[in-house]
Design a binder for this molecule. Structure first.
Ligand code: S3P
Length: 423
């Protein structure tokens, strides 16, 4: 994929549905009583992996142009799958599914692609075992994972990392446990599971950083409208902010406060971003308008990190165009995403001539000197590919992105949309 530096990006767009919410809509729809109609579902490879796993457990899921229809099997209605449940590149599918499988009366094995096989699973194995689950993983930390039938009971668990995948795996197992499940988060992570549980009639309380779940008799299906993914909108927010003369409006973007760290940081950097048409539903959403403006460096760390964890690669791109120093710290989790996103961004920004230093828990970017085009690697990581495409739009000289198809994990059609806007 060749990318030339472009003139102003202008227009209105919508981004595909939120990945985190799409996964959860299928999972909870499968466990509910009744039919779930999901609109705005993300037809990306990760969410399709979730659908395939539930189909293998006997759940009827139909896809049309307009919606995904899940015929709920009920909390105790999943069937033993034949063969392995394949989770592809999807950490959310892998970890959340483990929570559900821990409570099933059948044995199941799940595995994913080469990236999934390198991602830490010990963090879910440990609490699930404390709940009584019988679970085996390679070296007790990696896929493939096999879960055997067992009785679960509620525990109180203090999360060692602020991870919504870990929290959600425990909450999903808690649906099948005897007694209450309590989770204490170090700092709040995305709360889509909690919101959707409440919408389906599950009793769940949040007080400060403590979440308590009472196991329900059953879940009642509700229709789910998935808003656009702020993690996908992030690429256009940064592109609009760094390509001179740009003005973009992104419609119907999910702005759950546990996900909006990117808006706070870009505004801190001097970006001109406004919100309109705010709708406060189960998941709040609005339209976002970004206009080009001169950016400056900022410090990013602490409690905001889980609120923008997936956006840090493209924030690093914004930092490359920002005058002065941007420090990203407390972001060790980036090392265990689809790729090591600290190492990946440091090496790709370096290729673009950006002065950047890798640190133990992030990076320091000395921005403001025009990045130059280059041949960029993606590390098979959708967010690295899209981040470097954004950089290429405002760089000096042409760029090439290897393996651009990887964007289909979370954003099929990304490059077409970019081209329509003038990229
Ligand atoms: C996700 C949570 C985050 C995020 C991932 C999706 C989710 O991971 O990086 O893309 O849907 O729960 P962690 O919770 O492991 O940080």
């Amino acid at each position: 994929m060749q990318i030339q530096p472009c003139g102003p990006l202008r227009g209105t767009l919508s981004v595909p549905g939120d990945k985190s919410i799409s996964h959860r809509a299928v999972m909870l729809g499968a466990l509910a009583n009744g039919t779930t109609h999901i609109t705005g579902f993300l037809m990306g490879e990760d969410c399709l992996s979730t659908i395939e796993c539930f189909r293998k457990m006997g759940v009827q899921i139909d896809l049309t142009d307009k919606e995904v229809v899940v015929e709920g099997a009920g909390l105790h209605g999943l069937g033993a799958p034949e063969g392995i449940l394949y989770t592809g590149n999807s950490g959310t599918t892998t970890r959340l599914l483990c929570g559900i499988l821990a409570g099933q009366p059948f044995t199941a094995t799940l595995n994913g692609d080469a990236s999934i096989q390198k991602r830490p699973m010990g963090r879910i194995i440990k609490p699930l075992r404390e709940m009584g689950a019988s679970i085996e993983g390679k070296n007790d930390n990696y896929c493939p994972l096999t879960l055997y039938p067992s009785e679960l009971f509620g525990i109180e668990y203090r999360l060692p990392v602020a991870s919504a995948q870990l929290k959600s795996a425990i909450l999903l197992a808690g649906l099948y446990a005897e007694g209450q499940t309590t989770i204490i988060e170090p700092t709040p992570s995305r709360d889509h599971t909690e919101r959707m549980f409440r919408a389906l009639g599950v009793e769940i309380d949040t007080s400060g950083n403590t979440i308590t779940l009472d196991p329900p008799e059953d879940l009642h299906a509700v229709d789910i409208a998935v808003p656009g993914d702020i993690s996908s909108a992030a690429f256009f927010l940064v592109a609009g902010a760094v390509v001179p003369g740009s003005e973009l409006t992104i419609q119907n973007v999910g702005v759950n406060p546990t996900r909006t760290g990117i808006l706070d940081v870009l505004r801190d950097m001097g970006a001109d971003i406004s919100m309109s048409n705010l709708r406060d539903e189960t998941e709040p959403a609005c339209d976002l308008t970004v206009k080009y403006s001169a950016l400056h460096g900022v410090e990013i760390g602490g409690a905001i990190i889980p609120r923008l964890i997936d956006e840090l690669p493209v924030i690093a791109v914004a930092a490359a165009f920002a005058e002065g120093e941007t420090v990203i710290r407390d972001a060790q989790e980036l090392k265990v995403k689809e790729s090591n996103r600290i190492a990946a961004m440091v090496s790709e920004l370096t290729r673009a001539g950006v002065e950047v230093e890798e640190t133990d828990d992030g990076m320091i970017i000395h921005g403001g000197k025009a990045p130059r085009g280059a041949v960029f690697e993606t590390y098979g990581d959708h967010r690295i590919a899209m981040s470097m495409a954004v950089l290429a739009l405002a760089a000096e000289g042409a760029s090439r992105i290897d393996n651009p198809d990887v964007v289909a994990i979370s954003y099929p059609g990304f490059f077409d949309t970019l081209a329509q806007l003038g990229g």
